[in-house]
Write a protein that binds this ligand. Structure first.
Ligand code: AMP
Ligand code: MG
Length: 541
């Protein structure tokens, strides 16, 4: 990728024109969302309430000097876009919002949401515009520009995005994908040449920052909030339209009567959400803003804002300074919030679906998937035999490990990497010492925990190679630590993109790391502990 990333950095003069590629056939380029659902097809960029609508046409606002900084070629491939087409002037014009895909009505979706537990009314795509919906190899994808200018849903904001938050979304989308976690994807990162004013820590110090646009890709960007708003507005026809559209387009495998379809669909959403959350807990990802408008109906990780990755394990941690008081969206609370959000979705759907039993079944499935899935995921992390007869023993040893980690400062990722390599016959706590951020008085406790742990493994006759293999596949070596992104951002803001390209390369194989790259898999350095952008992030983006 490094090569293509560098290529993508080529100047406008070197880009070739690929107008032919842009002329999609009607099978490839469709308008299914806007054709099936009620919206307003006249372009508007004026913030407004849009009762009665599920979308509004909004064309991107042109930018002054777009530059394609980088793109992920596997995402381009997914869309059937060749490297030379990716680097063409025509493509840059579209990825910056300076030109439209002919035959497609660009739109912003209208949705609401519960923010921090409170109903917030109409929100909508305030700076996201869907610029194409295309099918390649029988798979449908939406292309959405984030930061492309004002839409009817921009409320009091400017519709733009800054480079730092765009880099964070660009990198993390793909990092999650390569970790095996359901997510929206990122195609491209374009700088706009225009600056954007932001008050990073909301402390009265607004300053200009470079603007950027990420093109993100997903089969659909529909959120729980898309269903909540028509329910709150008592727009039953719109809500029914949206339910039927979603099932037909995004869950085509579901069959039966309408009631049966809705029941199966809701259960599927519950299960997918549970599976996504288990994966977040596996790798130490904290989303930061799990409002219902940031929950994908497809169970994808969506809207990368003030997210973060655990350095030292702390179930109470959230990177989002806006949530520092209540810590609603802290690491340990994510499954509970996922459930809360599903209940909010169920409440919305219940305004048009009579049989409320189906929602109870779905939520029950969520609970079951979470409790079984979490234990099974933890057994894999610890390399324990995941069979029922050992459930209690396993749960005991796992819980004790988390208790100890919570009370000390232990690096979450490195702890499991070290545990994979521990000498099971002759365990020594020394092998874990490198994973501690501070001297710990709990060393004796860790030592006796390690002995009991190794004893369980020996007693249960876990196949050693299999254990090693499972642990390596479950515990990543490379995670996109906040400070690594921050370093890439600081360099990028000075015009040096090398760190960004390096991270793009590393995040592709998080379970393997070359010896020469081991410096990217170390503990967070001390300087980053309390630094803005590393451990503290706001919603300002
Ligand atoms: P978020 O917390 O980023 O998910 O955003 C919450 C809502 O605010 C969504 O409706 C966003 O589209 C909108 N929003 C966030 N930032 C901006 C911005 N710079 N311009 C317009 N709308 C925004
Ligand atoms: Mg959002």
């Amino acid at each position: 990728m490094l090569d293509t990333a560098k290529l993508a950095f080529s100047t406008i003069n070197q880009r070739r024109s690929h107008r032919d590629f842009m002329e999609y056939s009607s099978q490839q380029l469709t308008n299914s969302f806007s054709e099936a659902l009620t919206g307003n097809p006249s372009n508007s960029n004026t913030p407004q309430q849009t009762p009665g609508l599920l979308w509004h046409c909004s064309e991107p606002t042109p930018v002054s000097n777009p530059n394609l900084i980088a793109y992920f070629d596997e995402v381009a491939e997914l869309l059937g876009i060749t490297p030379s087409a990716m680097q063409s002037d025509d493509m840059l014009a579209r990825l910056s919002g300076n030109q439209l895909f002919s035959g497609f009505t660009p739109y912003s979706a209208c949705y609401g949401g519960h923010q921090f537990g409170h109903w917030a009314g109409q929100l909508g795509d305030g700076r996201a515009i869907t610029i194409a919906e295309l099918t390649h190899n029988n798979r449908r994808h939406e292309l959405q520009l984030k930061g492309a200018g004002l839409t009817p849903y921009s409320r009091t904001a400017d519709g733009r995005a800054v480079l730092r938050s765009s880099i964070r979304e660009f990198l993390c989308s793909e990092a999650m994908h390569h970790l095996g976690i359901p997510t929206t994807r990122a195609l491209s990162l374009v700088t706009t040449g225009d600056s954007v004013i932001r008050d990073v820590m909301y402390d009265g110090h607004p300053a200009p920052e470079p603007g950027a646009i990420v093109c993100r890709v997903a089969p659909s960007f529909i959120r729980f909030g898309n269903f909540e708003l028509p329910a709150a507005r008592n727009e039953q026809d719109n809500l029914n339209q949206l339910i039927d559209f979603t099932i037909e387009h995004d869950f085509p495998e579901i069959s039966g009567t309408r009631e049966q379809k809705v029941a199966k669909w809701f259960s599927e959403v519950c299960q997918r959400t549970a599976k996504m959350l288990i994966e977040w807990q596996r790798v130490g990802f904290v989303h930061g803003v799990m409002n219902t408008d940031n929950m994908s109906i497809l169970g994808l990780t969506i809207d990368y804002g003030p997210y973060g990755w655990l350095d030292e394990f702390d179930s109470q941690w959230t990177p989002n300074t806006t949530d520092a008081q209540g810590r609603r969206y802290r690491f340990g609370n994510q499954p509970t919030i996922g459930r809360w959000n599903l209940v909010a979705l169920a409440n919305a759907l219940a305004s048009v679906i009579e049989d409320v039993e189906i929602f109870k079944v779905g939520i029950g499935l969520f609970d079951m998937t979470i409790s079984q899935g979490m234990l099974s995921m933890q057994c894999n992390k610890f390399g324990l035999n995941n069979v029922k007869e050992f459930d209690e023993k396993n749960a005991g040893i796992i819980n004790r490990a988390y208790e100890l980690m919570q009370n000390s400062a232990v690096d979450f990722t490195l702890f499991f990497n070290q545990l994979t390599k521990v000498d099971l016959e002759n365990p020594s706590v020394d092998s874990l010492l490198d994973t501690f951020y501070e001297d710990t008085s709990d060393l004796d406790d860790f030592s006796s925990w390690l002995k009991s742990y190794c004893q369980i493994i020996r007693e249960t006759n876990v196949d050693r190679d299999e254990r090693h293999d499972t642990m390596e596949k479950t515990n990543p070596k490379f995670i996109l630590r906040n400070y690594l992104s921050q370093l890439a951002i600081e360099n990028a803001e000075k015009g040096n993109w090398e760190e960004l390209f390096k991270l793009m390369e590393l995040l592709r194989s998080p379970y393997e790391l070359k010896d020469s790259d081991l410096n990217y898999a170390t503990k967070r350095p001390e300087w980053a502990k309390h630094k803005v952008g590393c451990s503290m992030l706001s919603c300002s983006s």
